[in-house]
Design a protein around this ligand. Sequence first.
Ligand code: WTA
Length: 635
Amino acid sequence: MSNYSINSLEQYFKVYRRSINKPKKFWGKIAENNFTWYQKWDKVVEFDMEKAEFTWFKNARLNITKNCIDRHLANKGDKHAIIFEPNNPEEPSRYYTYSELYTEVSRMANVLLGQGVQKGDRVCIYLPMIPELVFSVLACARIGAIHSVVFAGFSANALSTRINDSTCKLLITADGGFRGAKTIDLKRIADEALMRSPGIEKVLVVKRTHQDIPMTAGRDMWLQPLLDEADVTSKAAVMDAEDPLFILYTSGSTGKPKGMVHTTAGYMVFTAYTFKNIFNYQPDDIYWCTADIGWITGHSYTIYGPLLNGATTVLFEGIPSYPTHSRFWEVIQKHGVNQFYTAPTAIRSLAKEKIEFIQNFRLESLKVIGSVGEPINEEAWHWYNDHVGNKRCPLVDTWWQTETGGIVISAIPFVTPTKPTYASLPFPGIKPVLMDELRNEIVKNQQIGNLCIEYPWPGIARTIWGDHQRYIDTYFTKFPGKYFSGDGALRDEVGYYRITGRVDDVIIVSGHNLGTAPIEDAINEHQTVAESAVVGFPHDIKGNALYGFVVLKETGLWRDRNNLVKEINQLISDQIGAIARLDKVQFVSGLPKTRSGKIMRRILRNIASGELTDFGDITTLVNPEIVEEIKEGRL
Ligand code: WTA
């Protein structure tokens, strides 16, 4: 794989310079030398940053599953592609070689075809972290259907909204899912969602928990009998480079989730190349990313990136605390994991447990450890580095987003010296820039600005499903000519980037993106609530937790406080999912508002975080007296 691995800092700088000065040549070479194409491209890239239009590898033809599976069969057919580690450690692990993966994906692809799924159709996947989830994703890609995976922790309402937004016609789900000591009634939730999603014609159901579930005749089918009858070989559909590969929803500043659309060739090239370099994957390594496939990290770095590189990827069904807080370390030891990729929130939750939970495990197999999803604080960084990486494994703090498709700022292990809390240097092909509020570029070091990217890269999302204008407005308007990430960052003297957090109304709780608007909508559904505002505040384990300020229609109802809080949180769970529940709820008689009626969230954020002295300029408020009241009543 020529031009593919970066092995020294000197080489990184060289490659980086080349990637910025001659991006077409750079990406063209990587695409040319490392993938299987039915037909090569006419042009590497065409773009218009104002209109947010990107075409990578124009007119090329390919199928991503040919690159994930078929091309490995000749030399790596017997190599493990997937190691499935169940929730319950007593249940045996399952191993799938690349040949077996081919068979499983083919059968699933044939089942989908048999159910009338065609190229371009949307298929919703609402499954726990089981092998059928990976097979379903790849089977969609095999036949050119667009997969839309919905995290199995989302509620019926959230599932239904997502199904309807992208008009999915088929749903793949399971009877239930295991999650630690709990069982999640996935089919029951799906049934509830489908009452509001009549567009779903067929439901394929995986048997996982073996619980009793109702099946709707003519709509619901058990998957296994269909798989048993399906042909074990399949042809990969010929896809255009820019055909959509998947839709994945992410939270935004308004109530409606954004269906980010990723296309085929650019996403493939970008996830493969970043995976190889950022995890320094070597041929016999066992790689494990703990992220759920319901999020972008699971898409890009549990499935596509590793399989494109012919890697062995661990698929873990469970949670870090079940049956004990040793579960992660047990899995690393059991499978001899070489690269481990997880979120700061998991690290913080394990770091607070007794050291014995990790001490008795052999973690020598580890070579590289990674972090993603939120800023990693200094304490968590050191604990991860010292106790998991044993001060010997480079810790890559990888910054990226659903929208970027793959990692865009990160150290390259054994190449870039790491620095706690800094994601460090941009990946080749990425040109970050910090902008101030006046739209000037920040050239000074250590000054926080809005993190933007100047040129497109192959993995950039192409649009928001059904709403290109929203895509332009959200990412390409505030700083014309640039992609705006919504994150703040600063740069140090050597050019390392440190991500400081969101600068918009998205709050990252336990590594999950939550928009404040949909949570407020859910709270406001309560019959006693007049209005509400949700902000984040620092939390030891979750990174951020949610603080709700709620105004009631009648103050007399305040007496039922505990009950009210419960009901409000139930509404949030129903509308979005338990991940969006409020940690604190303060009932107030009003919210600080500007003359134009906008809630001044900055003040609420300060109060929630315990920063009670400096509120800045509050003269534009129509009700400045409310600030004192809210401050006094702070929880
Ligand atoms: C945050 C997850 C600091 C950031 C891949 C971003 C991070 C949002 C990091 C995207 C990191 C992700 N350091 N913050 N290493 N990685 N973030 O779309 O705020 O689920 O905008 O993608 O997570 O979350 P998303």
